[in-house]
Design a protein around this ligand. Structure first.
Ligand SMILES: *Cc1c(COP(=O)(O)O)cnc(C)c1O
Length: 386
């Protein structure tokens, strides 16, 4: 049976080219990067080379990059750090109601400690505007945190416009760019971004390693305390091989960004158009054009997302639903509800996310299999009368 992996928003395959770059650091170069001897210094060079690779793709300085354990840690560090460091200035944060839980659950925890959080509502395409942000800023606002691109529906936010407003009003701007890096060009200087989170395993790098861009001049307190690693911001012996892998992966993903994004957009559109042609009464979730090149999210009326996933899996296709079934909850996704979908329609959603390794044959196979699954499930559905 053909195997087709279309859950790249959850995680991606490690690129063989990245593994090749990591291998020496998993074997011979095992020194502690903080040790002054040659074993340590060789490891140190690997870490610093990765730092400059990350800095280069973001148009940042090497000293502005801190390596972390994952995207979630970068998000937590940014939010908790700003609240702690700027408590004297105010206690108000602005975010959106469709952020990843790494942001939302951190905000909820901060609210319990007395921080005030504004959750900006998005429109039916999953978009917030810079005007909404401008209107929400008060003299107590210390941070705006808005994701670069949404992980469920792929909507790309107007980050440069929001950054401009935050800079004008003197408010720190953080963006969770975990889904955007490697898919969309990012320039932290031009976009006035102060803090940015990214994670290697979302762009064909290894799991368990991320980074936080921290603009020079913004000094957040140490989040993990101990040794002097990461300029005392994040103690603990570095995950050298992971960091080297992150650097190699980000460089690879951004090398021919325009070309690879165009290739992926063409495949994505083939899937979007092909499914629309073959399945009646389906609704594309997310923005029609301001959308990640690798994201397809459809609600298929009258049937359950979970049943679709199960049957896709039986045909070798890995996808995901918008619903939070994995956390044991039957509630549909907070993102789809925020877009204004009814519970019933949100429940019938399926997300297909492409990777660098996705081929045209993969898409053809899904276009052959998914419409048949939808037809079979609808034939069994008491709700469907078509
Ligand atoms: C995956 C993801 C995260 C979490 O990253 P991890 O490295 O898995 O902790 C955060 N935000 C977004 C938008 C994501 O897609």
């Amino acid at each position: 049976m053909r195997k087709v992996y279309l859950d790249n928003a959850a995680t991606t395959a490690l690129s063989p080219k990245v593994l090749e770059k990591m291998m020496p650091y998993l074997t011979g170069i095992y020194g502690n990067a903080s040790s002054p001897h040659s074993f340590g210094q060789e490891a140190r060079r690997g870490v610093e080379n990765a730092r400059s690779q990350v800095a280069k793709v973001l148009n940042a300085l090497s000293e502005e990059i801190i390596f972390t354990g994952c995207g979630t840690e970068s998000d937590n560090t940014a939010l908790i750090g700003v609240v702690e460091r700027y408590a004297k200035k105010g206690n108000h944060i602005i975010t959106t109601n469709i952020e990843h839980h790494a942001i939302l659950h951190t905000c909820e925890a901060l609210e319990k400690k007395g921080v005030e959080v504004t959750y900006l509502p998005v429109d039916e395409n999953g978009m917030v505007t810079a005007e909404q942000v401008a209107e929400a800023i008060t003299d107590k606002t210390i941070l705006v945190s808005i994701m670069f691109a949404n992980n469920e529906v792929g909507t790309i936010m107007p980050i440069a416009e929001i950054g401009k407003i935050c800079r004008e009003r003197g408010v720190i701007f953080h963006t969770d760019a975990v889904q955007a890096v490697g898919h969309v060009p990012i320039d932290v200087k031009e976009m006035n971004i102060d803090l940015l989170s990214l994670s290697a395993h979302k762009f064909h790098g290894p799991k368990g390693v991320g980074a936080l861009y921290m603009r020079k001049g913004i000094r957040l307190p140490a989040y993990i305390m101990g040794g002097a690693q990461e300029r005392k911001r994040r103690a603990g012996t570095e995950n050298v091989a992971g960091i080297v892998g992150l650097g190699a992966a980000v460089e690879l993903a951004c090398e021919n960004l325009e070309e690879s994004a165009a290739r992926m957009t063409a495949l994505r559109n083939k899937l979007i158009d092909g499914l629309k042609e073959r399945i009646p009464e389906i609704k594309l979730n997310g923005h029609p054009t301001m959308r990640l090149p690798n994201n397809v999210n459809y609600s298929i009326r009258y049937i359950e997302g979970e049943s679709i996933l199960l049957m896709l899996d039986m045909h070798g296709i890995a996808a995901s639903s918008g619903s939070a079934c994995t956390s044991g909850s039957l509630d549909p996704s907070h993102v789809l509800l925020a877009l204004g979908l009814s519970h019933e329609i949100a429940h019938g959603s399926v997300r297909l996310t492409l990777g660098d390794d996705t081929t045209e044959e993969d898409i053809d196979y899904v276009l052959e299999v998914l419409p048949k699954i939808a037809e079979r499930l609808r034939a069994m559905s008491p709700l469907y009368h078509g």
